[in-house]
Each structure stands twice: as C-alpha cells, then as structure tokens.
Design a protein around this ligand. Structure first.
Ligand code: SAM
Length: 286
C-alpha cells in the first residue's frame, strides 16, 4: 500500500482496527512522503540486500524497503499493529514480520535464516526511548551488517556522529567509532510525524568497519573504561576513572601519563586512540 503518509488513509486504518498511539513505545509515525524513500535509498535497500527494519508502525518505511530490497525482515513489538501490517503490506511476498521486542530477538539467527547469500543492512525510524541500547546491541553483536541507517532525535544524532575529542562526545560516541564510520545524512522536522514529537530528528548512517580502528587488549575492559570515563561529566578523566572503576587514583594518573596525556585532561578531549591507550595501560596494571 503506497499512500501510507496520507493522514486520511492512516486515520481510516486506525479507526477500522481500533488503534491508538502508544507513547510508551515511541510511536511517532512518518507522514512526510519524502522521508522514507530517502532512508531506503541511502540505507542500501537495493538488489542483493536483505534489510532488517526495527519498528514498522503501519509499514510506511517497510513499503519503501520492500520495493527496493530482495528481502525485508521487520521486528515490531506491538501486537496490535500485526493485523494492520497484513493489510498494508499485502502486496509484498518478500516481507516477513516478527512480532517481538528487538532487544530480545536473535538477529544473528534471523540473518542466517532469511538472508542467505545477501548483504545485510538495517533501516529504521527508531523508537526514541531505546535508541542507544538498540544501536549498541546491533554494534556489539558483531552481526554481518554493512550499514545501519536510522532516524534518531537530532541531539542523539549529533552525539552519535561526534568526533572523539569534540565537546559533543560521550561514551556512545567512542563505541560507535570503534565499530563504524558514522555519517549525519539529513535532518527531519518534527512536523514530519504523527503525532508530532517535541524535538526534531535526523537520519544517520553507520558504515560498519571490517576491523576496529584501534587495538585494545581487552574489549570488555575497554568499554568499561569508556563508560567510566564519561560517567561523571563534570570531573576530569583521572577522577572519573578512579571513582567509577574503583581504581587507585595514582594508578589512573600513571596510565594517563604513560599515554602521553596531562592528568587534568577531560574525557571528551580524548581521541579514540588515547582512550585505548589509557585503557590498555590500566588493563596491564590490573
Ligand atoms: N517505522 C514507522 C514509521 O517510521 O512511521 C514507526 C516508527 S515509530 C518511531 C517506532 C516503532 O517501533 C513503533 O511502531 C513501535 O511500536 C516500535 N517499537 C518500540 N519498541 C520496540 C522494540 N523494543 N522492539 C521492536 N519494535 C519496537
């Protein structure tokens, strides 16, 4: 069904199915007709690709993905949307809907089962209440994915695409840079959604790297260090790390010095390489 950005069409579907929006599930559906074709085209929905979509709503983006990609598997948590999707996606035989929480879905098994011989991409207008956990889940699972193209809140997009060493940087920035090359693709105004949220959005693409750009002695410990470094934004790196990781401050300062840095440096001033050097130093002192 092609006209899913037409408000009258959506209202008619909702009325017939007795559907009302759930704020708790982050249900702001796209009604600007130019947005979904752009996400699909910039998100690798094309021949030779299988696409995973997270959160279908009424299927407005799913339609655009199904037109272009070889196969689409969409994970939607809200059971009330399933009969609606049966109607709005009826013309496609290359779409499979999984009614589940994406955070509890084994996407590796989904890829194995549905995308044999295909490259894989993720495209989504993410529910904003769990943007970072979903992105981290996708990255940390090390799935064989080429790109993750997602709509997120504008502030989250800026943080996710920030350069390590810049003011906008946070723990999630470092994690994103460890696994991918992020790009901010385009902005989307709040009026493009029904209901309209209180903030504007943007679409970002994470181009997954074959190999991390830095060498770390222990990945788990590296991410613990990153989370610890950014856990107390007002403190400098030495204080943040020693209090959040329970490591003696003198040892933390030693590893900061060994990485060639000043003990007063703030976490957001560190490059990914410097974060790795501090973490590797601390790991060796354990
Ligand atoms: N793709 C649609 C669009 O652009 O109009 C809907 C986007 S809406 C922002 C987010 C969607 O994600 C909703 O349909 C919501 O029910 C679904 N959702 C929320 N939490 C989810 C979860 N944990 N797993 C899967 N889907 C989820």
């Amino acid at each position: 069904m092609d006209n899913l950005t037409n408000i009258n069409v959506i209202k008619d579907i909702f009325e017939r199915h007795g559907f009302t929006f759930s704020k708790a599930l982050g249900q702001n559906f796209i009604v600007n007709p130019s947005v979904c074709p752009k996400i699909a085209e910039m998100g690798n929905a094309k021949e030779g690709f299988g696409v995973i979509e997270i959160g279908t709503g009424v299927g407005v983006l799913t339609n655009e993905l199904a037109k272009r990609a070889d196969k689409v598997v969409a994970v939607e948590i809200d059971t009330r949307l399933i009969p609606i999707l049966e109607e709005t996606l009826a013309e496609y035989d290359n779409v499979r809907i999984i009614n589940a929480d994406v955070m509890k879905t084994d996407l590796g098994a989904v890829i194995e089962e549905h995308f044999k011989g295909l490259d894989v991409a993720v495209c989504a207008n993410l529910p904003y209440y769990i943007t970072s956990p979903i992105i981290m889940y996708l990255l940390e699972s090390r799935l064989p994915i080429k790109t993750i193209t997602v709509m997120v809140q504008k502030e989250a997009g800026v943080r996710l695409c920030a350069k390590p060493g810049s003011r906008e940087c946070g723990a999630v920035t470092a994690a994103v840079r460890y696994y991918s090359e992020p790009e901010l693709l385009f902005n989307v105004s709040r009026g493009s959604f029904m209901p309209s949220p209180n903030v504007d959005s943007c679409v970002i693409r994470l181009n997954i790297l074959e190999k991390p750009p830095v060498d770390v002695k222990d990945e788990k410990f590296f991410f613990k260090t990153v989370r610890g470094a950014f856990s107390q934004r007002r403190k400098n790196l030495a204080n943040s790390l020693s209090s959040s990781m329970g490591i003696d401050k003198a040892m933390v300062i030693k590893s900061i010095h060994n990485a060639g840095l000043s003990e007063n440096i703030r976490p957001e001033q560190l490059s990914l390489e410097e974060l790795a050097a501090v973490s590797n130093g601390l790991y060796c002192m354990k």
